[in-house]
Design a binder for this molecule. Structure first.
Ligand code: ATP
Ligand code: MG
Length: 596
């Protein structure tokens, strides 16, 4: 399928088209605003594909904005991983739509017709610098806007504790109670707020709150916090600030500063939209203003997707790290061998809607197979080896058999696969007492070796416990492609590797990280972590792969014929050789294994 032909349409793109048609905006500017408090996951990929996709399709730009207003949970490791993951995901697809910021880190306040304006300070030309935007770059701007709210009587310094504020906020059916500090004078508020900034008060002593409406049916409108005191260092601004703005204030103002036209977020923010609009209205900013739109977040079966839960898995050692190939993170999927195009295809297929639903993870795996089938080279590898000796094949003889690298891509050419008297085949491809309809190797039976000869099993060697360790065969020397008996009908074809030529490699098999469809559902009283699938990682240290993969680079994906797709991991085995990750099997086998 051609990505170019797969142009999605959805209610957000319809709004964008309408806004362009009626001239509401000249140029579309979207943003993707992750909080750098964890790695990005496949849910974020949906938001990235949407925001960058819109920029790409409507000749706009999309800003990466670090939503870094809460220094307590944020780290530069996350800032770096987020950038790496986004670039990987959109590279060659929507790269040109990156809106990147010029180096002016802190836009000074500008007065335009008596109105505060920070808008002009931010560069919105694509490809200028490889720097993302940081909400923390606007700390001074946020502060100035907050002063403005105080001056117009729309914000006040409140001395209630966090618990008191919570209690007095009420509930949707119960009006809130006004803070006793609500009617402080503008002068007193200005003085206190400036002293909050100057560091005169300890954490939690005071907050700045918007003066909206304590009786609003929407609790988010009941005098939400704008600023709180936090004497902590920030990964971008160091110790410059000890007051930090809250999401509802910082987000709409950041959107405004960057000239965002369509601020797209997930459905839980529907209830925040009135406060988003309220701040922008009160600040009386030059038009056009940004608008918020909401779509349904991605939920996937057999997966948890909150950063808090993913962090717990890392911290408790349930996975090796954020980029463990079992993780639903973009970094984990990349390491596992998922191509970026497969994630984008998946995002196209699931579409954008206003109703929450849960997508079957097998759709993601389907997209991975679609892409890898087109792009990956085929090789033969044996995961669970058993020795096979061809008695009538001359000792010391080696043939170089021709094999096709990728039947989907003639350009990929052919390669030579060494063949000799001693081979490894897959344990599963031999049965001493076969089940019905077993078409692989059995005593006295024949199979074809892929790209090679027809062989017949003539004997077995067993160890003291009766386990077969070597299969003895004879071969039909004329049965190779082009030979006199090559057309003989044989039911089974199996893969193999030549024992003296094969590379011994560690292979890691992955399965779903959780063994129930909705691990986050704790309504049965079970903690979500109890649903971890203990079989999600299986390490096979003694696999044999044909020599073609000798110099494979980290990240390169191959199809191991009949088995699945495998990619070179960043880890090395103890002997320094490459480790392979199973990216995905050739077919969806989950439903079958579950029934066993
Ligand atoms: P989480 O809930 O997983 O911790 P978050 O929403 O707190 O994620 P942010 O860093 O704030 O993470 O998210 C950045 C953007 O990604 C937001 O616009 C958010 O709406 C979007 N996003 C997050 N999770 C999903 C998801 N599952 N599906 C679609 N978009 C998502
Ligand atoms: Mg968030």
């Amino acid at each position: 399928m051609n990505e170019e032909n797969l142009r999605a349409t959805d209610f957000i793109r319809e709004i964008v088209e309408e806004d362009l048609k009626n001239g509401r905006y000249q140029k579309i500017i979207t943003r993707f605003p992750p909080e750098p408090n964890g790695y990005l996951h496949i849910g974020h990929a949906k938001a990235i594909c949407l925001n960058f996709g819109i920029a790409r399709e409507y000749n706009g730009v999309c800003h990466i904005r670090m939503d870094d207003t809460n220094p307590v949970k944020e780290e530069t490791e996350y800032v770096d991983s987020i950038q790496e993951d986004i670039k990987w995901l959109i590279s060659g697809w929507a790269q040109g739509s990156l809106g990147l910021k010029e180096a002016d880190r802190e836009p000074p306040a500008v007065e335009v017709d008596g109105k505060l304006d920070f808008h002009a300070q931010v560069c919105r030309e694509p490809g200028v610098k490889t720097e993302p935007f940081y909400a923390s770059d606007y700390f001074e701007a946020f502060y100035q806007f907050a002063l403005k709210l105080i001056r117009i009587g729309k914000a006040y310094v409140c001395d209630l504790t966090a618990e008191e504020v919570d209690q007095m906020r009420g509930a949707p059916d119960k009006p809130g109670i006004e803070s006793p500090y609500r009617n402080r004078s503008v002068e007193e508020n200005l003085d206190l707020f400036q002293r909050m900034r100057a560091g005169e008060f300890p954490d939690g002593a005071r907050t700045l709150r918007a003066k909206v409406d304590m009786k609003s049916p929407n609790v988010w409108m009941r005098d939400p916090l704008i600023y709180r005191i936090r004497h902590v260092s920030h990964h971008q601004t160091g110790d410059k600030w000890c007051i930090y703005p809250l999401y509802d204030f910082a987000h709409c103002v950041s959107d405004y500063i960057e000239g965002i036209t369509h601020s797209v977020c997930t459905l839980e923010f529907v209830v925040h939209r009135p406060i988003y609009d309220w701040f922008l209205e009160m600040l009386d900013l030059p038009r056009p203003l940004p608008h918020q739109y909401e779509f349904a977040r991605l939920n996937l079966t057999y997966t948890v997707m909150s950063k808090r839960k993913l962090l717990a898995l890392v911290q408790q050692g349930k996975v090796a790290d954020w980029n463990d190939p079992r993780m639903p993170t973009i970094a984990g999927m990349r390491r596992r061998g998922y191509p970026a195009a497969a994630l984008r295809l998946f995002c196209e297929k699931i579409g954008i809607a206003k109703r929450e639903n849960t997508i079957d993870v097998s759709l993601l795996e389907f997209c991975v197979r679609e892409e890898l089938n087109k792009s990956s080279l085929r090789v033969m590898g044996v995961l669970k080896p058993i020795k096979l000796v061809i008695e009538n094949y001359p000792e010391g003889k080696v043939e170089e058999l021709e094999a096709v690298n990728n039947p989907e891509d003639p350009q990929a050419g052919t390669r030579k696969v060494p063949f000799s008297r001693e081979l490894y085949i897959e344990e599963d491809d031999f049965r001493e007492t076969p089940p019905p309809k077993y078409y692989r190797l059995v005593p006295g039976g024949e199979v074809r070796l892929r790209y090679a000869y027809i062989i017949k099993c003539v004997g077995l060697e067993k160890d003291s416990e009766g386990r077969v360790h070597t299969i003895r065969c004879t071969y039909d020397p004329d049965s190779k492609a082009g030979g006199a008996t090559s057309g003989r009908k044989i039911k089974g074809t199996i893969h193999w590797v030549s024992a003296p030529h094969a590379l011994k490699r560690e292979v890691r098999l992955y399965d779903r990280l959780f063994n129930v469809e909705d691990p986050a559902d704790e309504s049965d009283g079970q903690d979500w972590m109890t649903h971890l699938n203990p079989g999600a990682l299986e390490v096979l240290p003694n696999c044999f792969i044909e020599p073609f993969v000798k110099d494979a680079l980290v990240g390169q994906v191959y199809q191991f014929e009949r088995l699945g797709y495998f990619c070179v991991d960043e880890d090395k085995a103890q002997d320094g050789s490459n480790v392979f990750n199973r990216t995905v099997t050739l077919r969806d086998s989950w439903a079958k294994t579950q029934k066993k």
